[in-house]
Design a protein around this ligand. Sequence first.
Ligand SMILES: [Zn+2]
Length: 105
Amino acid sequence: MLEDVLERAKELTKYQGEFRVKVRPLKTSIARVSFRHGTITVDPSVLNLSEEEILYILVHELAHLKAGTVYHSSLFWEVVSQVFPKEIAVEMEDRIILKLRKKLV
Ligand SMILES: [Zn+2]
């Protein structure tokens, strides 16, 4: 299922670069991105979320890769809002953080 959602996220953000997704326990965050290794790591708890929530997390991380920054820059938001309008994105983040009790970075 993660693979399917990932394909959708790549299409929606028009992400062309090379990267891998790993599922591995993360201490404090839900997901994180490594520019050096070209990887997105997601915490296993993410797999319990709804498909739309997982899609949001992957779009969020792909937006970091596309914008080339770990910050939530204007370019980052530009990529996210191609898929999720900012209001919806913010709402979704709050819901995910509340459910998993970890932060989304
Ligand atoms: Zn972020």
